[in-house]
Design a protein around this ligand. Sequence first.
Ligand SMILES: NC(=O)c1ccc[n+]([C@@H]2O[C@H](COP(=O)([O-])OP(=O)(O)OC[C@H]3O[C@@H](n4cnc5c(N)ncnc54)[C@H](O)[C@@H]3O)[C@@H](O)[C@H]2O)c1
Length: 298
Amino acid sequence: MGENIKPGSNGNGNGHHHDGEGWSEPRLDLSTHVAVVTGGFRGIGRATSIMLAREGARAVGVVDMAPELGEFCTEANRRLGRDAFVPFNGDVTDAAFRRHVFTSMEKSHGPVSICIPAAGITRDRLAVRVLKESGDVDIYPESDWERVIAVDLTAPVYWGLETIASVARTRGKAGLKRWDPSENVQGCVVFIGSVSSSGNRGQVSYATAKAGLEGAQGTLAAEGVYHGVRCAIIHPGYTDTAMVRALGDEFIRQNIIPQTQLRRLIKPEEIANAILFLIRNPAISGQLWADAGWHPVA
Ligand SMILES: NC(=O)c1ccc[n+]([C@@H]2O[C@H](COP(=O)([O-])OP(=O)(O)OC[C@H]3O[C@@H](n4cnc5c(N)ncnc54)[C@H](O)[C@@H]3O)[C@@H](O)[C@H]2O)c1
């Protein structure tokens, strides 16, 4: 971790304890926050869950469909030395399941105020395809379109809305109205966009979902701050996860690596670290590109 400030002891969340230029920063104190990470079993979601817990978040609700999720959380709690990881097995597109996660976390640990909806899928295919044998032309299947939009766009937005609602309810009960900077920042939602949000061959549904998150981010940033909740989006480049490994080593070597400045895939921990930066630093608004110099080719 290598930090000179113990979690919970910085006490300068509102920026009023400015005890000399360069000596303090008004960053969010994770130990007063409860987080939810979707897609937390694998890849970027897993690295983010672990980083949040290691950096002192009070608890992390880890949401995923993977059957091994429970085992992962048990082992992660053991390694961490405290029971911070709470597993929730289910589908992020299920609204009743989503509400259950938030109520259950609130009961056991307190209202959820940080959310990283990282669960995501791809259903890649050319949008309009000419079939070799028959010469027929077919278009991208609507069932794939609907599933990708449901998982990659609708679900993250609703997990974000649930987080803002949870903070709004808590503040409402305390009789608080419009958030004031003298309070600490009350929460943060970080969407996972993608370099594909600018358009990418073969990814008409995925690219549309990721670009859609940009509109949601801008809107929720503007609305959420009434309750003291920030909203940001990170656009990772190709990251070393099962989602990317599924493209095959040869494809990665030929088509991806040569276009990156880093000349390797990004590590999930590097993305998690950038997400942590977005959560902690309230001066950052909008979008962060963590793309290792990779840009989609027109
Ligand atoms: N890997 C990359 O290069 C890359 C780049 C840009 C953005 N992203 C985004 O980062 C996020 C994480 O991607 P990753 O590479 O870690 O993927 P991954 O496939 O390794 O992990 C995704 C996790 O989400 C879970 N998941 C998928 N659908 C779900 C559902 N309906 N309900 C619950 N859980 C579900 C999976 O079980 C899996 O554990 C995604 O939003 C992805 O679009 C990834």
